[in-house]
Structures are given as structure tokens and as C-alpha cells.
Design a protein around this ligand. Sequence first.
Ligand code: FAD
Ligand code: NAD
Length: 465
Amino acid sequence: MQVKQTTLLVIGGGPGGYVAAIRAGQLGVPTMLVEGDKLGGTCLNIGCIPSKALIHLADEFAQACRFTGDNPLGIRVQEPALDLVKAQKWKDGVVGKLTGGVGALLRKNGVQVVQGWATVLDGKTVEVKTKEGEPLRIQCEHLLLATGSVPVNLPHLPAGGNVVTSTEALALTQKPRHLVVVGAGYIGLELGIAWRKMGVDVAVVEAAATVLPTYDEELTKPVLASLRKLGITLHLNTTAEGLTERGDGLRARSSNADEFVLPADKVLVAVGRKPRTEGFGLESLQLDMAGRAVKIDEQCRTSMRNVWAIGDLAGEPMLAHRAMAQGEMVAEIVAGKKRRFAPMAIPAVCFTDPELVVAGMTPSEAQAKGLDVLVSQFPFAANGRALSMEGAEGFVRVVARKDTHQVVGWQAVGQGVSELSAAFTYAIEMGARLEDVGGIIHAHPTLGEAVQESALRALGHALHI
Ligand code: FAD
Ligand code: NAD
């Protein structure tokens, strides 16, 4: 068997693993990366990027459909049609450009990429079943585990046939007539809304009493209103029981014990993801675990010396930018730099319609930490840019300490607010006070003005409300 040696061995070429490898390469650390599937991982191939491409496609199609009828903009369109095979090719092209780019960046930085499935033998040795069939043994000084996550399955609704995960729901080349989504979280709502906009009859079954249960009611209210307006049927406090005998419907049970059937030619199960801890010999390391995730400290060290874990494998929040930041940090520590992972805010964006953003603490999180806070909102109904884009729903909310006025959190809901996440995170990480944000000149007319105005409003002197 061929044996190779390296300083850093990364298992997994998702955003955590590939960023770690690129940064290690930049710093001159001899690095190898093993990927069993496609470079780019879940994020680039079956997650963030294809889902956002599908959402864009759906938005464009819905816009075209809207213009077939009377509309205040006076635009007329006749009979829009959607060629899904062509659209999927476009989406795959976007993915291909990005995954190709990752391969090029790894090469440019001297990272040796091995295509194949890795099995951990011990904390310094990994065996790879290469694509070519030749087994390869790699010995390393540092082992970085970045194997990501997999969808949670419902035992009574296993994936297969008409029951699909997000991976298949992103790749459909034929529109289902009735799509039932189980789980009104990130995936369920992002994809449910997209397919509804493409003309599919969509019903959502959610066990909790509300959609996106991790966000507060004020934030999800505009999303709920939009789901209703789009014609998505919501079944809250309801669980999925299984398929009907003929497989053409989903049996669901509401909290008052009533069972009913929803017609379904596709059922998307989106009830969460779990760290990928099985199938690659992880158990041989006997690492300390934190629930289903590998336990890590603030440097992403596991309980075994020089074995590191990042990204979804290391638990919540399972977000690509958190995986990337951890990967970059581990590479720098391996290269001898002093680093620790202590962000004040990891922004989260839900690409529903309207979009949601949270960064830092919500009012209730701040209160739970014993902070006395000022909370202020600025509505998009008073923002010129939002009105000129027909996007008056939603608001920006700021949370700041009462004593120092230091901003500790932001939340927003509205059209296009994902792009405000950078401003939110800068303000928190740079320790901005309400006066700092309020005193900065924001370009007019932009949604960003609502950021400034929410800070001014917290200080008691908003200008446009
Ligand atoms: P992954 O991206 O899962 O990569 C792990 C890689 O490791 C995979 O390529 C896998 O093949 C490989 N691997 C695993 N085991 C082995 C082995 N033994 N040998 C070789 N290779 C192995 N996050 C956001 O921040 N924003 C979004 O908009 C967003 N949208 C999403 C939409 C969907 C539909 C889904 C499913 C997820 C989305 N996410 C989003 C979450 C995001 O994709 C993940 O948080 C992110 O990909 C985690 O990165 P990672 O590097 O930890 O793992
Ligand atoms: P999620 O945790 O966001 O939502 C799962 C939902 O399913 C919850 O609302 C939960 O109450 C519900 N649920 C659980 N069991 C149920 C059952 N038996 N019947 C009915 N409802 C049930 O999970 P997800 O949507 O699968 O997404 C997984 C992860 O992927 C997210 O947590 C996030 O980390 C990541 N993601 C992020 C983005 C983004 O950043 N925009 C987009 C997609 C996915």
C-alpha cells in the first residue's frame, strides 16, 4: 500500500475543510485534503449555493407570472413558462463554477487533494479508498475532521421514492403537483416557498406551534403573512405519521389527535441535520462528544491531542461561514499563530420571503444574560428604498446596553435584508455604540438607512418616523 506523510490532513472538502486547507497552504504548512464526494461539500453542491440559485429562479418566475395580471407597475407579460431541465442546468453551472474555483484555489496553494473515502485508523493515520481503487495510507501530525452533517431521518418516513431530502428537492426536473414539506425550519421554508413560487401546491407540516421556532414571534410574523399570501397551507402543532398505503399522501396528526391526509406526490423531510459521525472510523478515536457532535474547545481541539474538529461535525450553529471561520483558525494555529474562536456574533440568515437576519443577542437573550437593554425598531414602511422596491413589510431592530449604549444585537426581517448582515456584524464586533451607528452617513436611498435610523430611534431621535 502506498504511504504518504503530511503535516496537516483534512478530512472533508466542504467550506470548513477546504478553507482550512487553503489557509494552511498559504502559510506553508504541507497539507493534504481527502474528499469522498465533491469538493465544496454540502454548501456548494447540495446546500447554500444551489438553494439560493433555486430561490432566485423561483423569484424571477413568480415575478413574470405576476405581470400576466393587472399590476401597479404596468408591466405586461404573456404566459410565462418554466423549462425546469434548462433551469437545473443553469443552477448546476453556478455550482460547477464555484466547485471548480475551490479546486483551483487548493492547487494554487499547494494542497494535495485526494479523491476518496477516508477511514480514521488512529489520531495520526488515515486510510483512503481512492477513486482509482488503490488504497492509500496517510500519516499526519495534525488531523482535522470536517466531515459535515447529514439530514435527520424520520423512522416512519424514510427517504426514498417520493420521500426526499433537500438534495433531491433541489434537483427536481419535473414539478410535483402536491409537495408536502415536513419541518418549517430553514430548509423547509426556503425550499417550500421556492417551489410554491414555481407553481407547486405546497403544504407544510410543523411539530412546533410556529414556523422557524428559533426566531421570535415579531420576526416570523411577516414570514407567516407571506406564506399565507403565497397560498402555502400551514399545519402547525402537527407531526407527520407516514405515507398513505398507496403512497400518494402524507398522514399527519395534529396536537388534538386528529389524523388527516394531505395529498402528496413528493414529501420533503426537513427536520434538521446531524453531525456526520458514522462510517469513517471516528469511534476508534473515542473522542469526547457533546450530544451528537464532536466536543471541541475554543480552538476547535477535540479531546485527543492534535485532532481537530470544525463545522457541522462540531455541532450548532450549522452554518457555512462558521465552518469557514473555524477552518481558517485551525490552519493558523497549526502554523504557529495564536488564535481562538470567540466571535461576538455569528450572523444567521434565513432566505425566506421576506428574509430574516439575526446577529448577536435578541432582546430575550440579552435579558437572560442579565443585561439591561434598549430595544428599538425601524420599519421599512418608512424607508424610501424599501418602498421603491415594493418591500415595505418588515423592520430592523437593534439591541443595545442601556448603560454604555454598546450594540449587542441586531435582527431584521424584510426584502433583501440578508445584505445587512455585514453591517450588523461589523457593528457588534467593533464594539460600536448607538451613537457610532447613528452618526455614520448612510447612502440614500438604501435599506442601510433603516440600520442608522433604528440606532437613532433607540437614542430617542429618529429622523424619519
Ligand atoms: P460539509 O459542507 O457537509 O462538507 C463535508 C464534506 O466532507 C463533504 O463533502 C463530504 O463528502 C466529506 N466527507 C465526509 N466524510 C468523509 C470521509 N470519511 N472521507 C472523505 N470525505 C468525507 N449554511 C449557511 O451558512 N447558509 C445557507 O444559506 C445554507 N443553506 C443550506 C441549504 C441546504 C439545503 C443545506 C442542506 C444546508 C445549508 N447550509 C447553509 C448549511 C451548510 O451547508 C453547512 O453548514 C456547511 O456545508 C457545513 O460545512 P462543513 O465543511 O462542516 O461540512
Ligand atoms: P431546522 O432545525 O432549521 O428546522 C427543522 C424544523 O423541523 C423545526 O422547525 C422543527 O420544529 C421541525 N420538526 C422536527 N421534527 C419534526 C417532526 N417530526 N414533524 C414535523 N416537524 C418537525 O432544520 P432544517 O430546516 O432541516 O435545516 C438544517 C440545518 O441546515 C439548519 O439548522 C441550518 O443549520 C442549516 N441551514 C441553514 C440555512 C441558512 O443559513 N439559510 C439554510 C438551510 C439550512
